[in-house]
Design a protein around this ligand. Structure first.
Ligand SMILES: NC(=O)c1ccc[n+]([C@@H]2O[C@H](COP(=O)([O-])OP(=O)(O)OC[C@H]3O[C@@H](n4cnc5c(N)ncnc54)[C@H](O)[C@@H]3O)[C@@H](O)[C@H]2O)c1
Length: 351
């Protein structure tokens, strides 16, 4: 059992990690309304609280769905003195954060993450992002939960690919956290039957980043490691490679880029070996990656929000120690050539 708090500018919230803890959260009297992924409709059939269900796909992560949810909260009797429990992965988290923040100008909410990505990464930090007219995550805000309850028993029903995606985001945070965090992670990841230590270690590392930079203006941006390559790869494969898996390939590509372009002797051997071992769990990955459209990749890579207008800004693994750093580069043909070569090298490694 692990229990710690996360400090924010509007107070602190508790995070508890305990297998089997979920039923206590939805006991009558603990909250007023539940917002849940429809995947759990059967599991929640006998709950004595009103439940608002959400179809957890990207086409529902938008302001229209938020409007429907807010109306349902009202129909189900949620008042300003009430509270919400959101149960699901990142999609339910995004909708739950946003609707809790605006319903009657804000009601307290508890988040129960049900995917490994949400348990080990997104459940702390308080961000919401909604899609707008097809543009992913264009609108959003920051509204921390009152509590986060992590019940690793939800992991049992996830697909191998969803587990791999969660491990990708988790190892990214651990690596960004430096040598001690990364070593602890590799140790904890060796026992895949006991998730609590791994999730705790990763969340405690993420806590360090978000407490010093709640609004994503400095240190927290380092957690975008693997994301410039990863987002571009998602687009280039028409999203047949999902976010978490694309980030793993993105970390390999960022490491290759450092070696190919900066040529400062870095190998990042332990990270690369671990990333390759997770990717082996993903079925048919090679065939999805070889179909990547390089033109789409290049356009998406250049469009990344983090770049300054006339240059590139990449988060790269450091040369001589575990950890990452932000590196600014010109938009030259040479740099873009190295980006492409790094991607090809990372893709070849997954074959
Ligand atoms: N708010 C944030 O800080 C933040 C951070 C990262 C990502 N996100 C967002 O999160 C979304 C991705 O979230 P995700 O990967 O957690 O998954 P998800 O919410 O997109 O769900 C993916 C699928 O898994 C199913 N599912 C959920 N829990 C399950 C379980 N225990 N067993 C079996 N199936 C289950 C869902 O029904 C859905 O079909 C994206 O929209 C992304 O933009 C938000």
């Amino acid at each position: 059992v692990s229990d710690f708090s996360v400090r924010t500018s509007i107070g602190s919230y508790r995070v508890s990690i305990r297998a089997g803890s979920f039923p206590e959260v939805i006991a009558p009297g603990r909250c007023t309304v539940v917002l849940a992924d429809r995947f759990f409709a059967m599991a929640l059939a006998n709950v004595e609280l009103p439940v608002v269900f959400v179809d957890a796909d990207e086409t529902h992560k938008n302001l229209y769905e938020a409007d429907r949810i807010l109306a349902e909260f009202s129909d189900r009797g949620l008042t300003r003195g009430g509270s919400l429990v959101a149960v699901g992965g990142g999609i339910v988290q995004d909708l739950g954060t946003f609707t809790a923040s605006v319903y009657m100008r804000g009601v307290p909410w508890t988040y129960v993450p049900t995917t490994l990505m949400a348990m080990a990464d997104s459940c702390i930090g308080g961000k919401s992002s909604l899609n707008v007219s097809g543009t992913k995550n264009l609108a959003g805000n920051i509204y921390p939960p009152a509590a986060v309850v992590v019940d690793p028993e939800f992991i049992a029903s996830l697909s191998e690919e969803d587990v791999a995606a969660g491990l990708g985001e988790a190892v990214k945070i651990a690596f960004c956290g430096g040598a001690a965090a990364f070593e602890r992670y590799l140790h904890d990841a060796a026992d895949m039957n006991n998730w609590e230590p791994l999730i705790e270690g990763v969340l405690l590392t993420k806590k360090r980043f978000i407490e010093v930079d709640e609004f994503d203006r400095g240190e927290r941006r380092l957690l975008n490691f693997g994301h410039t390559f990863g987002h571009a790869l998602e687009a280039a494969t028409a999203f047949s490679v999902g976010h978490g898996v694309a980030v793993i390939v993105g970390m390999l590509a960022a490491s290759s880029f450092r070696r190919l372009h900066l040529a400062d002797g870095a190998t990042h051997r332990a990270l690369r070996e671990y990333c390759r071992s997770i990717l082996e769990r993903v079925p048919d990955l090679g065939s999805r990656l070889v179909d990547a459209d390089l033109e789409v990749f290049r356009a998406a890579f250049l469009k990344d929000k983090k770049h300054p207008p006339d240059g590139l800004r990449l988060i790269l693994p450091k040369a001589d120690e575990i950890g990452v750093e932000e590196v600014s580069l010109p938009r030259s043909a040479e740099v873009l050539g190295a980006v492409q070569s790094a991607l090809s090298e990372a893709v070849r490694e997954t074959m």
